[in-house]
Design a binder for this molecule. Structure first.
Ligand code: LLP
Length: 406
């Protein structure tokens, strides 16, 4: 953990819990890992902002020299606010209205479309424009079927059999295909699926000889379990480098830029989530540690059966009273509201703290106001170890701000 146990209690005193806490140092380190993945190639890293759109996090990522992708006008809005230039933003749209496409086009942001029909829509509203098309290389990967975004069982991408139709629509509206993109899925710890996906994707790229960029997608995993090995970036970099070198031997545009879109890899490990133990009880054979980390705060365990390592931090001098197997639950009115099931943990007491690790990606970003709970606050620990509030906790007023009361 990048902060001490004492510091956890100090942050709790100062800001309350549940609280997301991020390390600037780790965030910067992860950005650099990705930037160094393919030193000999013309590469741009597009941070996939859906993983964490906190303004201050985005600013740091921009300072580190990364670009960004966007999934919605909302993400575009925050990214521009964080200082990204329109040409640094790639709007990867999926089933959007013509108005949404226009929103990006009007701001000189490149739009990627995800189907023939959306390519038609783009052509109609922006004839003669630049566009990108997302393909589905037929190979998917990911930690859960819900996040495998290529292959035969997903809504994403255009399959390669439709390349003639893509070409026909491009021609019909005099569009320039600036680039093609793919994303095979989220969280692999063995680079093989990514490399295979890239190989298959480059077959598609060959069909379009004057692309400015080829965006190979994200999905780079982090070890959520202690026993998991981190992704071997050196090996992945070497393998990819070779595949891309072979491709470039025959590809006419030697200046083509290769893009990657890591989300999780950049932000997961820089974030922890702090909570407070409010009750400890036995129900039949189970011990439940009741906390303020409901699934409105961190939904991943409930949504994907995801594992987050957790720790109990004892109040006071930390004197332990042994270990027990317990289930950490939240304060939401559903039985499924489980953060960590049947874990061997120090015996917890009211007032202890709980930490969930690797919470920086898809944590706050997927939080909600379910049960009219307030979304948590976020704090950044800067390079000098100082803490700074980077998002206020919701308030009761913010819960009702959209009601019409007149
Ligand atoms: N590019 C595209 C087009 C994507 O759809 C995604 C993620 C990424 C890049 C970044 O993927 P990453 O590098 O973060 O794996 N909520 C899930 C993950 C959903 C990912 C959706 N797409 C989770 O908490 O595991």
């Amino acid at each position: 953990m990048f902060i001490t146990n004492d510091m956890c209690f100090r942050l709790k005193e100062k800001y309350g819990t549940p609280l997301y806490v991020y390390s600037e140092e780790i965030l910067r380190e992860k950005c650099r890992d990705m930037k160094n993945l393919l030193p000999n190639k013309n590469v741009r890293i597009n941070y996939s902002a859906k993983a964490n759109t906190n303004l201050e996090i985005l600013k740091i990522i921009r300072e580190e020299g990364l670009d960004v992708d966007a999934m919605s006008p909302g993400e575009i809005y925050i990214e521009l606010m964080a200082g990204f230039k329109p040409e640094q933003i790639f709007y990867i749209s999926n089933n959007v209205s013509a108005e949404e496409m226009k929103h990006a086009i009007d701001r000189n942001i490149l739009v990627g479309v995800d189907s023939l029909s959306q390519l038609e829509t783009f052509g109609q509203i922006n004839p003669g424009g630049r566009v990108a098309v997302r393909f589905n290389p037929g190979i998917g990967a990911g930690h859960h079927e819900k996040v495998i975004t290529a292959g035969k069982k997903t809504k994403f991408g255009v399959q390669k059999e439709f390349i003639p139709e893509v070409k026909a629509i491009l021609q019909k509206y005099n569009l320039t295909l600036a680039g093609i993109n793919q994303h095979i899925g989220s969280l692999f710890l063995d680079g093989k699926a990514y490399v295979d996906g890239v190989k298959s994707f480059l077959e598609i790229a060959r069909e379009f000889p004057s692309l400015s960029f080829i965006d190979m997608g994200g999905g780079f995993g982090v070890p959520y379990r202690k026993e998991e090995k981190p992704l071997d970036l050196n090996k992945l970099g070497d393998e990819l480098d070779k595949v891309l070198s072979d491709f470039l031997k025959e590809y006419p545009n030697k200046d083509v830029v290769f893009k990657m879109e890591p989300g999780r890899y950049i932000v997961a490990e820089c974030g922890i989530l702090l909570g407070t133990v409010h009750s400890v009880k036995k129900n039949y054979d189970n011990t439940y540690i009741g906390t303020d980390i409901g699934f409105n705060v961190l939904v991943r365990p409930v949504m994907y059966d995801s594992w987050h390592e957790v720790a109990i931090i004892k109040k006071g001098d930390g004197a332990g009273t042994g270990e027990e197997t317990a289930t950490i639950v939240g304060n939401i009115c559903e039985t499924g509201d489980i953060l960590a099931k049947d874990r061997k943990l120090p015996k917890a007491q009211v007032g202890d703290m709980v930490v969930a690790f690797n919470a920086g990606a898809y944590g706050y970003a997927m939080s909600s106001n379910y049960n009219c709970r307030l979304r948590p606050a976020e704090v950044l620990i800067d390079k000098n170890g100082n803490d700074r509030l980077i998002r206020r906790r919701d308030t009761l007023e913010s819960l009702v701000q959209n009601f019409i009361t007149e």
